[in-house]
Each structure stands twice: as structure tokens, then as C-alpha cells.
Design a protein around this ligand. Structure first.
Ligand SMILES: [Zn+2]
Length: 165
């Protein structure tokens, strides 16, 4: 039985929804805007992904997770994952749904409009207050920072904005 190529691409995209960022388990790499393209050639799936934050150690893990997820798709035997740097990933690539999930996880989504050099204004993911302070620019990973909400007294994490350079 020949499976339609288009159908295969849809199926591959569907399983990619299940691949999570290892550091933020509630959000998928699709929601993060990491998937640039999916190509199918026979039984080979070629996936182009955009790395999120430079310096994030998770890229190898994500690659492995993509390969094992996509290999489960019926009709796919080989999976190739390439990281592409152009066009660059920016925090604007995160889908609206992805941003909501970040909030649920206690991570403030990056501000959508950010001018490099300007301080960024971040809403507390718990109460929405903008009365927040930067506690530690170096969070647990290179991609996140620790902030503190002065309204509800909760510490929270924020993703650092990455702008098009
Ligand atoms: Zn708050």
C-alpha cells in the first residue's frame, strides 16, 4: 500500500507535537517554533529544525527525541535532523499556545517586542503584574533568568528574549 507523501508529512508533524523541550516538559518543539520544514523522500524523513537559544545544551537530546519519535511513523525508516541557522529562530517564533503553556509552567514568555539594549518588561506568570525585578540574569540555564514578583512575592523564570541580529 502506498501511503501518500502529504499524509506522511502530516503524520510526522503530528508526532513532532509530542517532542518536548527537555528543559520545559510541557511545551513541544513545534510550539516553540523550532520546526522549519519537513521533507519526505521515500522512507526518509528530513527535518530542518531551528535551534532555540545558542548555548542551550539540549539540542542533542532534542535531535535524538525527534529521531525516535519520527521513526515510529509508519512508512518512515530513516530520519535526518539538521539544525539550520537561517532564518534564525527568535522568541517571536513561539506560538500563542506555547506562550500560554510557558506561563502555566511558571515561566514568563519573552516579551514580543524587545529593543536590544532596553530593559525588558516582563509580566509575572502568576498574577500578571509588571512589578517585577531581575534577581539573577543567569538562571538555571543560559536561556532563562530568575525574576521576582513584588506583587505576589513569587520568584519565577523568564525566557530571555532573542532578537533577530
Ligand atoms: Zn506576581
Amino acid at each position: 500500500m502506498v501511503i501518500e507523501k502529504k499524509q506522511l508529512i502530516e503524520e510526522v508533524k503530528r508526532v513532532l507535537q509530542e517532542v518536548k523541550d527537555p528543559e520545559i516538559p510541557s511545551i513541544s518543539i513545534v510550539e516553540l517554533g523550532m520546526i522549519e520544514s519537513v521533507h519526505i523522500e521515500g522512507a526518509l524523513a528530513s527535518i530542518q529544525a531551528k535551534p532555540t537559544f545558542v548555548g542551550c545544551p539540549a539540542l542533542d537530546i532534542i535531535k535524538k527525541n525527534i529521531v525516535s519519535a519520527v521513526k515510529k511513523v509508519h512508512g518512515i525508516e530513516e530520519v535526518e535532523v539538521k539544525y539550520v541557522y537561517h532564518p534564525p529562530w527568535t522568541t517571536d517564533s513561539i506560538s500563542q499556545e506555547g506562550k500560554e503553556k510557558l506561563k502555566v509552567y511558571g515561566i514568563a514568555p519573552p516579551p514580543s517586542k524587545h529593543t536590544p539594549g532596553e530593559p525588558w518588561e516582563i509580566d509575572c506568570p502568576y498574577c500578571g503584574s509588571t512589578y517585577t525585578t531581575m534577581e539573577n540574569i543567569f538562571g538555571p540555564t543560559a536561556c532563562r533568568s530568575i525574576l521576582y514578583c513584588r506583587s505576589c512575592k513569587n520568584p519565577f523564570e523568564a525566557m530571555k528574549p532573542v532578537a533577530n541580529i
